[in-house]
Design a protein around this ligand. Sequence first.
Ligand SMILES: Cc1ncc(COP(=O)(O)O)c(C=O)c1O
Length: 446
Amino acid sequence: MGKIVGLDRRTFIKSAGLTALAGAVGTGSAPAIGASSKSALKSGKFDFDTPYNRVGTNCSRWDSPPKNYPSGNFRFGMGVATMDFEAAPCITEALEERIKHHSWGYLSSTDSLRDAIVQWNGNRHNLDLDPQSIVIAAGVYPGVIAGLRAFSPSGTKVLMLTPIYDGFKTHASHTMVIPNESPLLYRDGRWEIDWADLESRMTPDTRTMIVCNPQNPTGNVWTQEELLRIGRMCLEHDIIVLSDEIHSDIVRGGQKYIPFASLPDKDVVNNSITFNAISKTFNLAGMKNAYFYTSNPVLFGRMQQYHRADLSTLGVVANEAAYRHGADWFDQVLPYLDENHRFAEAYVNEHIPLVKVKKAEGTYLTFFDFSAAMERVGAAEMAKVHNKRSPEHYFQDWLVENSGVYINPGSNYGVGGEGHMRMNLASSRVVVKEAFDSMAAALRKV
Ligand SMILES: Cc1ncc(COP(=O)(O)O)c(C=O)c1O
């Protein structure tokens, strides 16, 4: 691990270039970034406003991008989907308790963790899960890969609605399955399914469909009607649904996440496998723990043939602690993220006319339309000149060099992502605001 530069706010602010705020450090005065953030700092049990330093902790969000920018201009890691907040204390306490026992052999059982998963999903989402139908995995990744191996023989196709999480294309390439991309259509501020296109892609060589709910990066929280329609179409065309619900807990106020397994059609549900984790909810991605389940014993058996988890003791301890004792932490994170989304939309509307955005329905990610800004900097031409993968990749570099802000190219997420960039808003609002100020200043000059 790289040297930990100290988890104090001053060092972080300095290393992230938050110079405007440096004066406030140590004085106890919160920077003036809006009344709501101040009141969150005062009234909340947990402090999400004070930036928690992750720089120098071998963390992909903050420590990977600078390797590609030797200019030293990188300042804000707003890409990789992890949160910057200090973990829920219940997780740290459970880990501390476990490390008092100094033996690290194989785990005996995950029964207690599965019981906690059942309770969380029951309490939060009114989902009645049978613990015997749940398999613990070392991540959503290995689960989905097992799903593709089990149901999509190499050379067949996997259907997905794009723009979608880029990991799915990686899974397809690992399993020699061909991605079949049905582009969403952006209409009246929402990414909508092109039903005719989707159905036209349900060809006999398409064996699985990955549903992402809520969808990374577009933020869609799919409605019951949409999920049922997808489910029935898949059933009719002999396509197994692999439903990735890793962002399930993170939806905006007023939105409702519908578990695929809760749909009111038994046949549709029996034609699906759900992949989930609490790793986005509690920022536990590095603890390598997730799960999948299906009510269909045949699908369950097939999955077991292709999946084997090697679990980490500390991962199991951390995840169970989050499920059992972390609700109050998450209940404070969720409105904080909502406020970051509201802030981002308002800021862009007011200060960055070259960019368009609508508050996402779910996830802590936001998907901006940067096409006008990209045109101003000649991203399409410059991408060719500099041999970049896409205009969005050129623009990513441009933004780092001119504002210090690192965000993800929309073209990573498949057809329809052109002209867009994905930004992670799961940070202190102090950091989010500084990143936006910096982007706004850079874009004012073009
Ligand atoms: C939709 C989606 N699925 C899966 C993953 C990765 O999950 P895991 O780390 O459990 O493999 C991510 C991470 O960003 C994601 O956004």
